[in-house]
Design a protein around this ligand. Structure first.
Ligand code: BES
Ligand code: ZN
Ligand code: ZN
Length: 477
């Protein structure tokens, strides 16, 4: 489906169907009010009504905020895809809302049918925006063009992430992740380095190696780099890439294991972000480090009671093999910091069920030492249409991951605050000079959904991508 801008008033644009967003007061004076009311339309939030004879589809909205319009646009485009119209046109709703409408269009029309033998095609081939507002005032066409270009890059990168996350653990093994990264590197002119288990051993990454040991699909460390000529800043992105998390010997219950192909979503998000930043051509050096591993059971599996030595030399007591993401990240964070001297270090991980307990299933947990930096992500998230919330560290929680036998334990001694104690575990692997430059994002709840919400359909959501791109544009570009 193409999304384009036509610098014409809406009436002059040729399209099969017109979409209008209406608040309740606007319904009062609407030319089709009688017809719409007869059809039961009340302009309630996201209520849709199509008058096919008039070639108009109306969508109720509570207000014209970006958040409302983004979600309403996603509902409208999904419904329009079920009709037999080839094109849909709509007006502008103020300059601020344009990116939200594009997000609604591209993210809302996403479908993943790679595993369907008879996928239902949609006739809707194009969505056309006028440069004129619904109230008749025109907007600056050049500014709209730039918004369209940038937003398409970011939303298409989000859908790229969703495609990766949605692939099965059979198709997307650690080696599959490495191939996907190499393909991205080739297409986008990135550098790509991959370490296999021998390379990981040379680097003394025994925490990550242990997690992957019982799998027939050996682990890979993936390093992608985007290096523009005159970078203003350097950022390092680290992603948890568990292509499957069975829990290991601390095996998950059958119902908790379903969906654990999504445990690679942090890694996929890192790939999507570097894709978008390179396509936007930003003057920022970006390094993406991914720990791609499968957590399985077997005669040689790592065990509760094992003590592992991570790349930075610290020892870790394993008490639960299902707390594997933090072990992988311990080594990948160590490797990333040893190889790149970055201005910022961000990690993305579907790390804890506890994060969902704390914040609900839609919100990313934001953790770290730098209060201002964390807050700047809350702002970026709300502008980009991602929910995030800060989970605060404290010194008492820090004590809960003390070990009697090693430097640190991979699980907390108390059952509460698990998202924070996981982040405090990661903190052991952040170098002193990086403490204030680091932010950890727990996307366990936000990265995947089994029921549609907002701009998301079943499957991967691409959590982290829009928020981080917005942060980069706000703070570095
Ligand atoms: N990948 C899971 C976390 C997760 C759970 C992500 C549900 C998405 C949905 C992680 O590896 C894990 O299993 N964490 C454990 C940690 C516990 C053993 C301390 C958890 O959250 O239960
Ligand atoms: Zn786990
Ligand atoms: Zn996991």
């Amino acid at each position: 489906m193409t999304v384009r801008l036509a610098n014409q008033p809406l009436d002059l644009i040729e399209a099969d169907l017109r979409l209008e967003f209406l608040t309740q007061p606007q319904l009062e004076n609407h030319p089709h009010r009688a017809l719409l009311e007869q059809a039961g339309f009340k302009a309630e939030a996201e209520q849709l009504c199509t008058l096919h004879e008039r070639r108009v589809m109306v969508c109720g909205i509570a207000d014209t905020s970006s958040e409302t319009l983004r979600s309403a646009m996603a509902s409208a485009v999904k419904t329009a895809m079920g009709y037999n119209y080839a094109s849909l046109k709509l007006a502008q709703y103020g300059e601020e809302a344009f990116s939200a409408l594009i997000e609604g269009t591209v993210l809302g029309s996403y479908r993943f049918d790679a595993y369907k033998s008879d996928p239902k095609p949609s006739a809707l081939a194009e969505v056309v925006f006028s440069n004129v507002n619904s109230d008749g005032s025109a907007l600056d066409a050049d500014a709209l063009e730039k918004t369209l270009r940038d937003t398409l890059i970011i939303t298409e990168a989000t859908n790229f992430v969703r495609d990766l996350v949605n692939q099965t653990p059979y198709d997307m093994t650690p080696q599959g992740m490495a191939i996907a990264a190499e393909t991205l590197a080739k297409n986008n002119g990135l550098e790509c380095t991959i370490l296999d288990p021998n390379g990981l051993e040379d680097e003394k990454m025994f925490a990550m190696l242990s997690v992957g040991r019982a799998s027939v699909n050996p682990p890979r460390l993936i390093h992608l780099a985007y290096k523009p000529k005159n970078p203003k800043k350097t950022i390092t992105l680290v992603g948890k890439g568990l292509t499957y998390d069975s829990g290991g010997l601390s095996l998950k219950a059958a119902t908790s294991m379903v969906t654990m192909k999504m445990d690679k979503a942090g890694a996929c998000a890192v790939m999507g972000m570097i894709k978008a930043i390179s396509e936007l051509g930003l003057e920022i050096e970006v390094h993406g480090f991914i720990g791609a591993v499968e957590n399985m059971i077997g005669g040689n599996a790592y065990k509760p009671d094992d003590v592992l030595r991570a790349k930075n030399g610290k020892t870790i007591e394993v008490r639960n093999t299902d707390a594997e993401g933090r072990l992988v990240l311990a080594d990948v964070l160590g490797y990333a910091q040893a190889n790149v001297n970055a201005d910022y270090l961000f990690d993305y991980a579907t790390l804890t069920g506890a994060c969902m307990v704390a914040l609900g299933p839609y919100t990313t947990g934001v953790m770290g030492h730098n209060e201002e930096l964390k807050r700047s992500f809350i702002d970026a998230g709300s502008a980009a249409g991602e929910y995030c919330g800060i989970l605060p560290f404290n010194r008492h929680l820090k004590k809960l991951i003390k070990s009697d036998i090693a430097d640190v334990c991979n699980v907390s001694s108390k059952p509460y605050g698990g998202a924070i104690t996981a982040a405090l575990f990661l903190d052991h692997f952040i170098d002193e000079n990086m403490k204030d430059k680091w932010v950890h994002f727990d996307i366990a709840g936000s990265a995947y959904t089994e029921s549609a919400w907002d701009v998301h359909t079943y499957g991967g959501t691409g959590a982290g991508v829009r928020m981080t791109l917005q942060w980069v544009l706000n703070n570095l570009a």
